[in-house]
Ligand binder design. Structure first.
Ligand code: C2E
Ligand code: CA
Ligand code: CA
Ligand code: CA
Length: 271
């Protein structure tokens, strides 16, 4: 039994060592990828639910990994945030988006930012400079933040939102309903819209339908009282589109309308 215990210990050590090596490898890969800009922005259309007219796109990060192919953020964003490298990746993304905005007229493009990065002191200045240098109109860029970015340091978040907004960059609140919403704070922040988290949209069909409808209704009421609109995330079926419309949600995004691709779609109705 003793020998056995030692063996399983050795196996365990080996597994731990491999896991550590894998993370180190990926971090080294990520640094290299930043140097050679191996990232590409994919764009997913955001549409008006009533007639499926495209109003804008969300830029979603993809990593063209030399050996592992195209990686979605889920595979490396945790590492990127822990190592702080995600900020550099974000700037590479924003540069690509600014170029597309300067070149093509396809509505607005929203970009994601992690809470800590959003609150770094020079975020707004650097972003506005980047847009200016690329010749992109700030009114066509939007930022998506999660509630964490507002609650960590509300005074700083408020200053950041005001600076961005007064320069034309609107901010929308991502994954709404999943965080620890401090509803009493929300009216203080100049937000353009709430993005209804896709878990509630998924719940609109099936057993959880009554609960999810109640949540979406509550979010709609809240948005109404704040005088802002909503975007439903993860709309995958016509049934969901119809319920969301009935609940008063104006805009949507999801596989029903289009997967993320490298193309931007013109501002016309999808068939
Ligand atoms: P998110 O901001 O909530 O983005 C929406 C995610 O839902 C995307 O995953 C998108 O591909 C996926 N999605 C869209 N429609 C549907 C649908 O109908 N059904 C389902 N099941 N999923 C759908 P993705 O591209 O893997 O991105 C994951 C997360 O990574 C994003 O979540 C965002 O938090 C983060 N992220 C993406 N791009 C960036 C970036 O440039 N910078 C930073 N810091 N984070 C990013
Ligand atoms: Ca987002
Ligand atoms: Ca989201
Ligand atoms: Ca999310």
């Amino acid at each position: 039994a003793k020998a056995n215990g030692r063996n399983s210990c050795a196996v365990f050590d080996e597994v731990m060592r491999e896991e550590a090596m894998r993370i180190l490898d990926l971090e080294a890969d990520l640094r290299r990828a930043i140097n050679s800009d191996d990232f590409v922005a994919y764009y997913q259309p955001i549409v008006r639910l009533s007639d499926r007219r495209v109003i804008g796109h969300e830029a979603l990060l993809r990593w063209r990994h030399e050996r592992r192919g195209l990686l979605a953020p889920g595979e490396f964003i945790g590492l990127g945030e822990d190592s702080g490298l995600i900020e550099e990746v974000d700037w590479l993304m924003y540069a690509q988006v600014a170029k597309r905005l300067a070149r093509e007229d396809f509505g607005y493009i929203s970009v994601n930012v992690s809470p800590r990065h959003f609150l770094s002191p020079d975020f707004a200045d650097r972003l506005l400079r980047l847009l200016d240098e690329a010749g992109a109109n700030p009114h066509r860029l939007r930022i998506e933040i999660t509630e964490g970015a507002l609650l960590d340091d509300t005074a700083r978040a408020l200053r950041m939102l005001r600076t961005l907004r007064s320069n034309g960059v609107l901010v929308q609140l991502d994954d709404f309903g999943t965080g620890f919403s401090a509803l009493s704070y929300l009216h203080r922040f100049p937000l353009e819209c709430l993005k209804i988290d896709r878990s509630f949209v998924a719940g609109l069909v099936g057993d959880t339908r009554p609960e999810s409808m109640a949540v979406v209704r509550a979010i709609q009421a809240l948005a109404g009282s704040l005088g802002i609109h909503t975007i439903a995330e993860g709309v995958e079926s016509e049934a969901q589109r119809i319920i969301l419309r009935e609940l008063g949600c104006q805009h949507g995004q999801g596989y029903l309308f289009g997967h993320p691709t490298e193309q931007l779609l013109p501002m016309a109705s999808l068939r």
